[in-house]
Design a protein around this ligand. Structure first.
Ligand SMILES: [Zn+2]
Length: 369
């Protein structure tokens, strides 16, 4: 049923369109034209202006042809660097990048998969409920397109996102919330050789604080990391300013709060010991979600998997995706694997037969909705 060759050609076309985060204009135009050809009513929202990008989220609506539940299908248009002028190489059923860029199957595979799904629905005249398609901008680096998406006009209560790595049938139904923590530590500058007594070393404060933190995997559900430290100007000056940036994630709200607070406490304590100042900022980047197996949407996905011989495996992840944001906005969402591997690296590749199976699964979901 899935036209593998057509799907591959669409995928190759998509990865040739440049679309790094906040520069999705060409991709948005390409996809709007495709959705229009397929009979969807297409709009673009103002998310691009809101976040400083050159395109908004693209929203397409296909009116229902039967009494079935409304479904939302989503994938993101942007990709990480180095992601421009991608030259994909096809070897048998594997698509790779030219080696100097990422491939862009994150999330070009999801975009191509949704277009193929719509083509199949149209050519086979598959009875369907209302179908909403949302192609988001700026998923990478903060889920900012989805965050700015106005969901008022959307009617679907169930969303299928095509944006997860791994084999077809892998379904992410649980993902952590994430906090970022930024500590701006202010000490006092002094000549390091002449009068070090007058200085307050901001790097020392940061080092003390970080060395006392529990980082890495805190438990099966919680992680913490210090990822950036920047400050100081010369070896002969006691550094008066350091900025430290870190994050914590947990599948459980109360554990995340505890992990973030523990990091904050060490910054405060170390600053106190050295008479330094610290400005702490904590931002909740996205909420956690967990759709239980009994949830109507997961039951539908499982039934569809059985019907098309793509067994469904539910998985929890340590990463956030647009699914976190949709769930946070009251639209139950799961994330389906699309067959890509080693994403965000120049070794990224797509296993085409897995994407074919994911599209088949999506078609069944529409049929059984
Ligand atoms: Zn992605």
């Amino acid at each position: 049923m899935v036209n593998k060759e057509r799907l591959l050609q669409t995928f190759l076309e998509i990865v040739r369109v440049n679309s790094q985060t906040k520069k999705e204009r060409a991709m948005a135009d390409y996809l709007k034209a495709k959705l229009q050809e397929l009979g969807l009513a297409v709009t673009e929202d103002g998310a691009g202006e809101a976040i400083g990008g050159n395109a908004g989220n693209v929203i397409g609506v296909l009116k229902g042809s039967a009494e079935k539940k409304a479904l939302l299908f989503s994938a993101h248009m942007d990709r990480v660097a180095p992601g421009e002028n991608i030259k994909a190489v096809v070897e048998d059923d594997i698509v790779r990048s030219g080696g100097d860029t990422i491939l862009g199957s994150d999330d070009g595979a999801g975009l191509a998969g949704i277009l193929e799904l719509l083509r199949i629905i149209r050519e086979r005249q598959i009875p369907h409920g209302r179908i909403e398609v949302v192609f988001t901008i700026a998923e990478e680096g903060g889920l900012n397109g989805a965050k700015s998406l106005d969901t008022e006009k959307l009617q679907a209560k169930h969303a299928i996102i095509l944006d997860s790595t791994g084999k077809a049938g892998t379904v992410i139904n649980r993902a952590p919330a994430q906090d970022e923590i930024i500590a701006k530590i202010r000490g006092r500058a002094a000549h390091a050789g002449v009068e070090p007594e007058k200085g307050i070393n901001a790097i020392l404060v940061a080092a003390k604080a970080v060395s006392r933190m529990q980082l890495g995997r805190l438990d099966a559900e919680t992680t913490a990391n210090i990822g950036v430290i920047a400050g100081g100007t010369a070896t002969n000056i006691i550094p008066d300013y350091v900025e430290v940036r870190g994050e914590a994630r947990s599948l459980r709200e109360e554990k995340l709060v505890r992990a973030t607070e523990a990091m904050a406490r060490e910054f405060m304590a170390a600053a106190g010991e050295e008479n330094a100042q610290v400005d702490l900022t904590v931002n909740r980047l996205y909420p956690a979600f967990h759709l239980p197996e009994e949830h109507e949407l997961l039951q539908l996905v499982k039934r569809a998997g059985e019907a098309c011989d793509v067994p469904v495996t539910l998985m929890s992840t340590g990463g956030g995706s647009d699914a976190n944001i949709f769930n946070g906005k009251g639209i139950a969402a799961v994330n389906l694997a699309v067959g890509n591997e080693e994403v965000h690296t120049v070794n990224e590749y797509l296993v085409l037969p897995e994407l074919v199976k994911t599209v088949a699964l999506a078609v069944k979901i529409v049929e059984l909705a």
